[in-house]
Design a protein around this ligand. Structure first.
Ligand code: PMV
Length: 317
């Protein structure tokens, strides 16, 4: 059977969320242990979509009261077929794998990316990087309003990236840092968090622009630390970035509980990752061998899930 495939994965922002919306740089890493694979085939029946969140025929128009995840996946399907002018034949697209939604892990961009790539592949259409970016970003706009575009690159690129002003480049790292992600189990609220930061910026522009510049400096230093695998320094930079995010009002007590637990258990650094107000934290261990203990301590402190950025589940650490 002729089929098309599309792959994507989760991402974690190591430094630079929020300030990235205002032209400052951010560093993101792929989370290889959380990946998706979409498969597209032709069908004589109706257009059909099966994702980890829902299965069913694809509506011609968005329906107001549909759950967000359904709306986003259908938007990816429709935008790909319309913009690539592929309306002649019906398709069946299914997405395998699972990235928890609304946790700052890039689930919406990853699902959209996998669907769009599988549809293009089925039709033997080679998408240019710009076409692929624009298509996935069109779905992200439905999810977040004014996304920076970071998630689009970070969920499709196999290597760490440096992202600024709408473009991404691979980031040279001497060695992958021992990172893990811990989930509060509660949905993050990226759009609300972005609005909180915007309102702070409107009220105190000078002060908040200065904080964005401070995050930019921390991110620059983190980029250098990664080229030399200086993880102690990197951890301190992550902690300082988190302090600014706290001040900007996008942390919450569950994130703080996990961050404190990670630091008490000996992490080199810990901060919220993504939009915040729920969602996940990213933790840098001092050594690979510390990951197992860190993950156990985080579960004891209430983490609903822990994943290694570079491996299988944290239990395997
Ligand atoms: O919560 P996420 O994974 O969508 O990350 C949001 C990152 C922000 O910088 C807060 C917003 C953005 O568009 O970059």
């Amino acid at each position: 059977m002729v089929k098309g495939v599309g792959a994507s994965h989760a991402k974690t922002i190591l430094l630079g969320e929020h300030s990235v919306v205002y032209g400052r740089p951010a560093i993101a890493f792929p989370i290889r242990s959380l990946s998706l694979r979409a498969t597209a085939t032709f069908t004589d029946d109706e257009n059909y979509l099966a994702t980890p969140f829902h299965s069913g025929s694809v509506a011609d128009q968005p329906r107001g009261n549909d759950p967000l995840e359904k709306k986003l996946a259908e938007t990816a399907f429709r935008n790909a077929t319309q913009q690539l002018q592929l309306t002649a034949r019906k398709m069946n697209v299914s997405v395998d794998g699972y990235i928890p939604p609304a946790r700052g892990l890039g689930s919406s961009a990853a699902v959209a990316g996998a669907i769009i790539k599988a549809i293009a592949d089925l039709h033997k259409k080679k998408l240019s990087p710009a076409e692929q970016f624009e298509l996935i970003q069109s779905v992200e706009r439905v999810a977040h309003g004014t996304p920076s575009g970071l998630d689009v690159y970070a969920t499709s690129t196999e290597v760490p990236i440096w992202f600024q002003n709408g473009s991404a480049k691979p980031l040279q790292v001497l060695r992958d840092p021992p990172l893990l992600i811990a989930d509060t189990g509660l949905s993050g609220h990226t759009a609300e968090a972005v609005a909180i930061v915007r309102s702070k910026l409107e009220k105190k522009p000078g002060q908040v622009q200065k904080l964005f510049d401070d995050i930019a400096s921390l991110t620059e230093e983190a980029g250098s630390a990664l080229t030399r695998a200086e993880f102690e320094t990197l951890g301190e930079l992550m902690n300082k970035n988190h302090e600014i995010l706290q001040y900007l009002g996008v942390s919450d007590h569950r994130l703080e509980t996990l961050i404190t637990a990670a630091r008490n258990a000996g992490a080199a650094g810990a901060k919220l990752t993504g939009g915040g107000l729920g969602g996940c934290i990213v933790v840098l261990a001092r050594h690979e061998g510390d990951l197992k203990n860190l993950s156990e301590q985080l579960v004891l402190a209430g983490a609903k899930n822990v994943w290694l950025a570079n491996g299988a589940d944290a239990e395997a650490a």
